[in-house]
Design a protein around this ligand. Structure first.
Ligand SMILES: O=C1C[C@@](O)(C(=O)O)C[C@@H](O)[C@@H]1O
Length: 149
């Protein structure tokens, strides 16, 4: 869908709801998608979803989103801390990116403090569970000009 926000989730985020609930909570990706779809209906800014456990598939999706999506809400999971290639794909797309993390990454292990996305993102939301995706969507409503250019 053109002129939409792409919600892009990386590895292991398909396991939300059952994955380490003490860290990531009990809510699922499907529940998050339902909430954002309702927001999209209310506000008229389209939303599409993509999740992959594969770095190349994520890069392909970002490349395909150039001149199609209006912005990306991205939770890259573990790739946040490792992937220069995904960072490069975002830069090449020219799309505004809002970073989301379900857990508060700043409070966690040292190896999670390396982040290849945050300095090229418009902003980052971390530690609010799946509510973070909602916050990012609302931020895009503020940031993007209406109607689309
Ligand atoms: O997979 C994830 C999930 C995460 O991105 C989050 O949403 O809190 C944080 C990452 O460090 C981790 O590898």
């Amino acid at each position: 869908m053109t002129h939409s926000i792409l919600v892009l989730n990386g590895p292991n985020l398909n396991m939300l709801g059952t994955r380490e609930p003490s860290i990531y909570g009990n809510e699922t990706l499907a529940e998050m998608e339902k909430i954002l779809q309702a927001l999209s209906k209310e506000h008229g800014l389209g939303v599409t979803f993509f999740q992959s456990n594969h770095e190349g598939a994520i890069i392909d999706k970002i490349q395909q989103s150039k001149n199609v999506a209006r912005g990306i809400i991205a939770n890259l999971g573990g790739f946040t801390h490792t992937s220069i290639a995904i960072r490069d794909a975002f830069l090449s797309s020219g799309l505004p990116v809002l970073e989301v993390h379900v857990s508060n990454v700043a409070k966690r292990e040292h190896f999670r403090q390396k982040n290849y996305l945050s300095d090229i993102a418009v902003g980052s939301i971390s530690g609010f569970g799946i509510f973070g995706y909602q916050l990012a969507y609302l931020a895009f409503l503020k940031l993007l000009p209406t109607p689309p250019p």
